[in-house]
Design a protein around this ligand. Structure first.
Ligand code: ATP
Ligand code: MG
Length: 576
């Protein structure tokens, strides 16, 4: 037999017969047979709260204000904000809407378990009584797990929790250029509020295959070792991987610096970094004028794991806005190892079963759904692009660990940085043998491609020869020449941090070194030698620089001019 539902009515005064009759009629129409029980509550003045099942009808002053607030926030502001608000206020009527109000059953470590929100969806934002927000991250049969975007000290057991019906999102738009924000899009620099009327969900589906086109435009890093051998194209995902303190962040920052004047909007996402390191990165970018086209999204090591978890998705949403506008964007995730650790923390606290290395089973999906959002869109979709430079930290050079193998398999190549090289002074410490760029070759400018034809092969020969001859005393002349050539190439690839090299200079350096001209100069004078040749070509043959920089064109004639300029300078320097 079905028992009648009981609806509880809370108020400071008992309703009269007329009111009771109206209420019962309303409830009967919606819930069938209902019994009304009155409970006196002196806190509820000028209104009442009606609870039935999980539904709550809040007809108190606070409830009406909240409903009005929701209504106002659902209006899309246009250019004429005041008239819209005026008419909105005029049109607004209080509705009898059942609200699901949940209750916090436990809270700790930035995770709250909430009961009574049977209809809340995965990824929905919940609002706690004291203004803290959180995201539904686990749906259990009798309660839901919610990650808090706060340390959670203000949330207590028994607090009321409200649904917002909104998925987690951030404001996006041009206003983010030059700003430092947290993963919720709230500015943390001292430049005031960010005014943006656009809002984007942090998780959006990746573009479909037919919405994409092949990568064909270079995204130059300004780092010779990368642009020559592991070129990156716009829309590509290239992993930067290596042990701690091997120059990973520096490569990413240098790439951002090199985008100056190239119409590429950059987002640097710091995940679990020390606040001090992030501050110095922002300073470097600002001093170099790179903040004019860059936004920094920060989730520091001291932030809640939930913020570290959503940071890369939020950063991607901000960058995607530019891609969808038909522009080119670059995003750096520094780094995804810490992101995986933050996600592992959340999963374990939510009580999910641990898998390999205690990561949850869906940790691959964590990164694949993020990196798949990088794309080169087809012309029909505006032709914009989003290039990703994820960073992963390895332990003792072990790239076969769980997270490194996952991210290697998702990306289109990796730049492997090696501690030994770094400590031997070979910086950037790119390991030429195991680094690779799978799609960037098609995007490399023809000039660089032509100039560096034999570079990889020469370097491979050198490294083999070097290990082979390390212990032998007497070497024949050919071997000596080969070793000298190899050494000269290794020196060529050394580059100071934050000093990107432009395309025509890269081409000149490659032609002179692969043409065995640089090695005639003593090592300490190479920088002078190269600078002299740069100036000579730039002053006397600006058409060559223009052809290389603008069209990516290097004719045999141009190569000969560069070579003879090099020969002349070398002759002067070695005789003088
Ligand atoms: P972490 O693991 O701490 O994040 P990382 O791998 O990101 O480190 P960086 O912070 O980029 O490494 O660099 C480590 C140090 O090496 C920094 O002090 C940086 O200035 C220096 N460094 C990096 N690249 C170069 C370079 N090409 N020339 C000289 N110094 C460099
Ligand atoms: Mg770093």
């Amino acid at each position: 037999m079905n028992q009648a539902l009981i609806a509880y009515l809370y108020s400071d005064t008992k309703p009269d017969d007329e009111q009771t009759k109206k209420l019962i009629n309303f409830l009967k129409a919606k819930y069938g047979d209902v019994r009304l029980a009155f409970k006196s509550d002196e806190h509820i003045k000028n209104g009442f709260i009606l609870k039935i099942n999980n539904d709550i009808y809040d007809w108190t002053k606070e409830g009406r204000i909240r409903q009005f607030k929701n209504y106002i926030s659902s209006i899309t502001p246009g250019s004429q904000l005041i008239p819209i608000l005026r008419s909105a206020i005029g049109d607004w009527r209080m509705h009898i809407i059942p609200e699901q109000v949940g209750t916090v059953i436990s809270v700790g470590d930035s995770i709250a378990m909430v009961s009574g929100l049977g209809d809340a969806q995965y990824g929905e934002i919940l609002l706690f009584e004291n203004g803290v927000s959180g995201m539904v991250s686990d749906l259990k049969t009798d309660c839901i797990g919610c990650i808090l975007f706060d340390d959670g000290y203000d949330v207590n057991q028994g607090d009321a929790v409200y649904r917002t019906g909104k998925k987690a999102g951030v404001p996006v738009g041009e206003a983010f250029i030059g700003r430092v924000v947290n993963p919720l899009g709230v500015p943390i620099d001292d430049k005031g509020e960010i005014l943006s009327s656009l809002y984007s969900s942090i998780e959006t589906p990746a573009p479909q295959i037919i919405d994409r086109q092949p990568v064909d435009t270079p995204l130059e890093t300004g780092i010779l070792a990368i642009d020559s051998m592991f070129p990156i194209g716009r829309g590509q995902r290239e992993l930067i991987i290596g042990d701690r303190q091997t120059g990973k962040t520096t490569i990413a920052i240098d790439t951002i610096l090199n985008q100056k004047g190239k119409n590429v909007f950059c987002v640097y996402v710091a995940i679990g970094q020390k606040a001090g390191s992030v501050a110095s990165i922002v300073k470097t970018l600002r001093n170099a004028g790179a903040m004019d086209y860059t936004c920094v999204v920060v989730s520091a090591a001291s932030d809640a794991p939930s913020l570290q978890y959503i940071a890369p998705y939020a950063g991607t949403a901000i960058a995607e806005y530019f891609m969808n506008q038909g522009k080119d964007a670059l995003i750096v995730y520094d780094d995804l190892s810490k992101h995986a650790v933050a996600y592992r923390t959340i999963s374990l606290l939510l009580g999910r079963s641990p898998g390999r290395e205690a990561y949850p089973g869906d940790v691959f999906y964590l990164h694949s759904r993020l990196l798949e959002r990088s794309a080169r869109l087809s012309d029909r979709n505006g032709g914009g692009s989003l290039t990703a430079l994820p960073i992963v930290e390895t332990q003792a050079g072990d790239i076969s660990a769980y997270i490194p193998t996952n991210v290697i398999s998702i990306t289109d190549g990796q730049i492997f940085l090696e501690s030994d090289l770094f400590f031997n002074g070979q910086r950037p410490a790119v390991n030429v043998g195991i680094s690779v760029s799978r799609v960037g070759g098609a995007a490399q400018s023809k000039a660089v491609k032509k100039a560096c034809s034999s570079l990889r092969l020469d370097l491979a020969q050198y490294s083999e020869l070097e290990s082979f001859t390390r212990f032998s005393g007497e070497l024949d002349d050919i071997t000596k020449t080969q070793l000298r050539h190899g050494k000269c190439l290794m020196n060529l690839l050394k580059q100071r941090q934050h000093s990107p090299i432009n395309r025509h200079r890269q081409v000149i350096m490659l032609i002179l070194s692969l043409g065995n001209i640089t090695e005639r100069i003593p090592y300490k004078n190479t920088a002078d030698f190269l600078n002299t040749v740069f100036e000579k070509i730039e002053n006397e043959h600006s058409e060559i620089c223009a052809a290389i920089d603008n069209d990516g064109r290097l004719t045999d004639e141009y190569a000969d001019i560069i070579k003879s300029a090099g020969e002349e300078t070398a002759a002067v320097m070695t005789n003088g």
